[in-house]
Design a protein around this ligand. Structure first.
Ligand SMILES: Cc1cc2nc3c(=O)[nH]c(=O)nc-3n(C[C@H](O)[C@H](O)[C@H](O)COP(=O)(O)O)c2cc1C
Length: 207
């Protein structure tokens, strides 16, 4: 067992540990638009949900050489975005869209990704994603000395493919979400394990 004092770690070394420890991570493929209306798409796996009334999700966006990434700049400028969920079949275009294109370059256009207009926000969603969340920016919290932007978005519209929604629940077996591990490594869902509910007390074992 090695015990590492976190205060002695550089940002890069802490990152290397964290991306291997917090796994598997779902991937938010975010579409946003710049002030001239050009559509940007980029993946972010530092992502989870943080509230259910109203529904809210959070994504952490790092800086690139001290500069805001296009997604963060767009969210600050326009106040909305779409989280497109990444399934196994979307691994190639999603991965490719993380390339450092110059600001203003449109990844959906370069990667021939079909877009569908959103209902309540300006950025469109990616047609091939079977689930997409239209979000309005709730707040951005700056964290750390590196620093990074914890973006919190309120979900205003859920788009869910019919075949994935049964009785108000997502059918995870059909969903086939892709997860990110560290660096170039991704994972599919493995065996799904079912455990008995612990919500209501069961019969007690007599002493
Ligand atoms: C699967 C995957 C997950 C990623 N997750 C994050 C993340 O959580 N935070 C982050 O800042 N960058 C993350 N990146 C890197 C960004 O996608 C990359 O910096 C991208 O160029 C940003 O694009 P933009 O400048 O158009 O916003 C990830 C890349 C991949 C491939």
């Amino acid at each position: 067992m090695q015990s590492i004092e976190a205060r002695n770690l550089s940002a890069a070394r802490a990152y290397a540990l964290l991306v291997g420890i917090v796994v598997p991570r779902p991937i938010a493929w975010i579409t946003s638009i710049d002030s001239q209306g050009r559509v940007n798409a980029a993946p972010f796996s530092c992502y989870t949900f943080v509230c259910n009334k109203p529904p809210m999700i959070a994504v952490n966006i790092g800086r690139r050489g001290g500069e805001e990434k296009d997604t963060e700049r767009n969210l600050r400028a326009t106040g909305s975005f779409v989280v497109n969920v990444v399934t196994e079949d979307l691994v190639a275009p999603m991965h490719e869209s993380s390339r450092e294109y110059p600001a203003g370059a449109s990844e959906p256009e370069l990667l021939s990704l079909e877009l569908v207009p959103s209902q309540r926000v300006r950025p469109p969603r990616i047609a091939r994603s079977p689930i997409a969340l239209e979000c309005v920016l709730e707040r951005i919290i700056e964290l750390g000395q590196a620093p990074s932007a914890l973006v919190i978005g309120e979900v205003v519209v859920f788009h869910i493919a019919n075949e994935l929604l049964t009785d108000g629940r997502i059918d995870v077996r059909r969903f086939r979400p892709l997860a990110r591990l560290g660096g170039p490594l991704y994972a599919r869902l493995g065996e799904i394990i079912t455990m008995p509910s612990v919500g209501t007390p069961g019969p007690r074992t007599p002493r």
